[in-house]
Design a binder for this molecule. Structure first.
Ligand code: G3I
Length: 328
């Protein structure tokens, strides 16, 4: 009999998967067996929940919340404030003109208040602010409509509003390229500033969209230690290990090569060994998907190129990486 993934880690951290309204059906048994936490992949993003000022569409999000409840799984909320998948109306007035900072912050508060309160009893943790750090250059923050209109204060305010709406919720800052030394320090600086100012932030999310060669283990370890030094809990929030290296744009593979499989297996083993070392700090490891039959990487960075980044294969069977992760 196949051991349950989350049971293998019950002394360390929760094991989660991103889901959508289709995969809670097509991967139902797998999810229920191996994972004790889920995150909606798109269904709780701003554009999904709040497509126009007076309209909220909760049906899909509710479906996922009910699934979590029925299966006795934890639920993470993703995400309240992001530059992507956010509708245009939020940043414009009724005549399509620009708005003042105050208007944007009021709208943000209304959104956070409505959404966080609705899921108060089902969601235990929120990615409150997602990906606001600039990838390149020396600037700290990414250019976005949020920043242009409201200035950097929107970040702290988002956490304050979320905390007011649900004082029990565990509130995260979440980002990718989190192990890159330059970006790591920028994320550290942002979060430290929030902590020092008494902003209600409780955790740092490391997305962990990694591949078979990058990032290096030492950079990941340094990132974990640096963020942990802030005294906050850490979660791996969106893990996958692409079988393609960063600059590999091949589109002709119908299955991963032996070399890809070997590297992926080794890397997964090393990553989980590292996570276990830091189990005092890491409260959950969530994969961005559950099995290779569906992954966002089938569409990114090359549209319609299959990828195989998870612990279960296209038939939802455990891969060698699964056994190594469990054994560790
Ligand atoms: O909803 C439309 C559908 O109507 C249309 O038929 C279809 C055709 O392509 O597109 C659908 O929208 C897609 C949407 O996912 C829902 O499936 C978008 O094109 C597609 O861009 C979108 O991608 C999502 C991506 O975020 C958008 O930024 C991925 O599913 C989702 O996995 C990904 O998740 C993000 C995290 O939220 C934040 N961190 C990075 C991570 C990976 O990019």
């Amino acid at each position: 009999v196949i051991p349950k993934l989350y049971e293998a880690f019950s002394q360390s951290f929760d094991i989660g998967a991103a889901v959508n309204t289709r995969t809670i059906q097509t991967q139902k048994e797998l999810l229920a067996y191996h994972y004790n936490s889920i995150t909606p992949e798109n269904e709780m993003k701003f554009e999904s929940l709040h497509p126009s000022e007076d309209t909220y569409t909760f049906e899909h999000a509710d479906e996922i919340a009910s699934f979590a409840k029925a299966q006795g799984m934890k639920l993470r909320g993703h995400t309240l404030v992001w530059h992507n998948q956010t509708p245009d109306w939020l940043f414009r007035d009724s005549k399509d003109g620009t708005i003042e900072a105050e208007t944007l912050l009021t709208r943000m508060k209304t959104h956070i208040d409505t959404v966080v309160k609705r899921y108060k009893d089902s969601i235990y943790a929120w990615d409150v602010v997602n990906e606001v750090i600039a990838d390149e250059g020396t600037e700290l923050l990414r250019h976005s409509k949020w920043l242009d209109i409201a200035g950097e204060g929107f970040i702290a305010k988002a956490f304050e509003y979320a905390h007011e709406a649900d004082p029990k919720a565990v509130l995260f800052y979440n980002d990718y390229n989190e192990s890159n030394p330059v970006k790591r320090e920028k994320i550290y600086k942002l979060v430290k500033g929030l902590v020092d100012h008494g902003v209600p932030i409780h955790g740092v999310g490391l997305q962990a969209h990694w591949n078979i060669t990058n990032p290096g283990l030492d950079d990941i370890r340094s990132a974990i230690e640096r963020y942990a030094s802030l005294g906050l809990q850490l979660q791996i929030t969106e893990m996958d290990v692409s079988v393609f290296e960063h600059d590999d744009r091949r589109t002709d593979l119908t299955a991963p090569t032996e070399r890809m499989k070997e590297l992926q297996t080794e890397r997964y083993e090393q990553f989980f060994k590292l996570f276990r070392e830091y189990k005092q700090h890491i409260s959950a490891v969530t994969f961005w998907g559950a099995a290779d039959d569906y992954t966002w990487l089938d569409y990114f960075p090359v549209r319609s190129r299959k990828n195989w980044p998870l612990l279960f294969d296209e038939q939802q069977q455990p891969k060698e990486a699964f056994w190594r992760v469990i054994k560790g």
